[in-house]
Design a protein around this ligand. Structure first.
Ligand SMILES: Nc1ncnc2c1ncn2[C@@H]1O[C@H](COP(=O)(O)OP(=O)(O)OC[C@H]2O[C@H](OP(=O)(O)O)[C@H](O)[C@@H]2O)[C@@H](O)[C@H]1O
Length: 256
C-alpha cells in the first residue's frame, strides 16, 4: 500500500474504528494495567467547563488566535492536497537550542493525546509557552476526551503564537495515544508519524499569519523510545510542494 493510501486508511476509518485502533495501538493489556497504577499522572478526563464571559480561564485566552486541527480540514483534504505534492520532505540538521528560533518559526514536537506535556521536550514547551499549553490541553480534554472521545492518533494540532512577546507557532504531532508505560508500540508510533506530519503541513498551508521557518526536534526518539532513523524515514517519505518552507530543520541540542 502506498504511503498516501495508508494515510487515508488510518485517518478516514469510521470513528468507532478509530477508537478501536487507538485501543489496539496501546501496549499489551499488561502495560495498560501498569498505566492504571504506578507512574500515572493525575489528569482528569472530565471536561473542564469554561465560563462564557470570563477570559484567560485556566490560562486559556479566549481572545487568542484559534488553533487549527483536523476539524478545520475538509474530509477529503488528502485528495485535494495531492496536486501540489511534487517532491519529498527535505530535512536539514542543526545542533543547538531549538527554542532560540527567529520570529514566526514553527516548532514541532510529538505529543500524547491525554493532555500532558509532562516530560522531555514537552515539559520545556510547557514552561516556555505557558499560554500554548492550555490550548493543547483543552483540545485533548474538552474538544476531545481521552476516555470517551480520544483524539485520533496520526493527526495534528497547530497552535498559533499565543504567548505575549513570542511569535513562535507550535505543531503537535499526535504520534502516540498515551505516554509512559502505556505509550503505543514503536511501529505504531512510526506509522502515526507520517499522517500526523502530513496533516500539520496542510494546517500550516491553511493558517493565516506568517510561518517563516519550520523546526522539529528528533521526535519520538526520547520518551517515546523510537530510534530516530525510523522516524526520519517516515518523514522523508512525505510528499510536499517543491521548496515547502525551504526544508524542515531537525534541531538537536547535542552532537551525538
Ligand atoms: N529541553 C530540551 N531541549 C531540546 N531538546 C530536547 C529537550 N528535551 C528533550 N529533547 C530532545 O527532544 C527529542 C524528543 O524527545 P522527548 O523525550 O522530549 O520526546 P518524544 O518525542 O520521544 O516523546 C514524546 C512524549 O514525551 C513527552 O513526555 P510525556 O509523554 O509527557 O512523558 C511528551 O508529552 C510526549 O508524550 C529528543 O531528541 C530529545 O533529546
Amino acid at each position: 500500500m502506498s504511503q498516501r493510501n495508508s494515510i487515508i486508511t488510518s485517518y478516514f476509518q469510521p470513528k468507532n474504528k478509530a477508537k478501536e485502533s487507538t485501543t489496539n495501538n496501546s501496549d499489551s493489556p499488561e502495560s495498560s494495567k501498569q498505566e492504571k497504577g504506578k507512574g500515572k499522572r493525575s489528569i482528569s478526563a472530565s471536561p473542564v467547563p469554561v465560563p462564557e464571559k470570563r477570559r484567560d480561564v485556566n490560562g486559556l485566552n479566549r481572545d487568542a488566535p484559534r488553533h487549527l486541527s483536523s476539524k478545520d480540514l475538509p474530509s477529503n483534504w488528502l485528495a485535494t492536497s495531492s496536486d501540489d505534492s511534487l517532491t519529498t520532505l527535505s530535512l536539514t540538521y542543526h545542533t543547538g537550542d531549538i527554542f532560540a528560533a527567529p520570529p514566526n518559526t514553527l516548532l514541532i514536537h510529538a505529543c500524547n493525546t491525554q493532555g500532558s506535556w509532562g516530560a522531555g521536550i514537552a515539559a520545556a514547551f510547557k514552561s516556555k509557552y505557558p499560554k500554548a499549553y492550555p490550548v493543547y490541553r483543552n483540545f485533548c480534554i474538552n474538544e476531545y476526551n481521552p476516555k470517551s472521545d480520544p483524539i485520533p492518533t496520526g493527526t495534528a494540532l497547530l497552535i498559533p503564537p499565543v504567548d505575549i512577546g513570542n511569535t513562535h507557532w507550535i505543531g503537535c504531532l499526535f504520534t502516540s495515544a498515551k505516554y509512559g508505560k502505556g505509550k503505543d508500540k514503536a511501529d505504531v508510533i512510526v506509522r502515526n508519524t507520517a499522517p500526523a506530519m502530513q496533516m500539520l503541513i496542510e494546517l500550516v498551508n491553511k493558517a493565516e499569519g506568517e510561518i517563516a521557518e519550520v523546526r522539529i526536534c528528533k521526535i519520538n526518539s526520547g520518551k517515546f523510545g523510537v530510534p530516530w532513523e525510523k522516524t526520519k524515514d517516515a518523514l522523508e517519505a512525505i510528499t510536499v510542494a517543491e521548496g515547502w518552507k525551504g526544508s524542515v530543520q531537525v534541531w538537536d541540542p547535542s552532537d551525538d
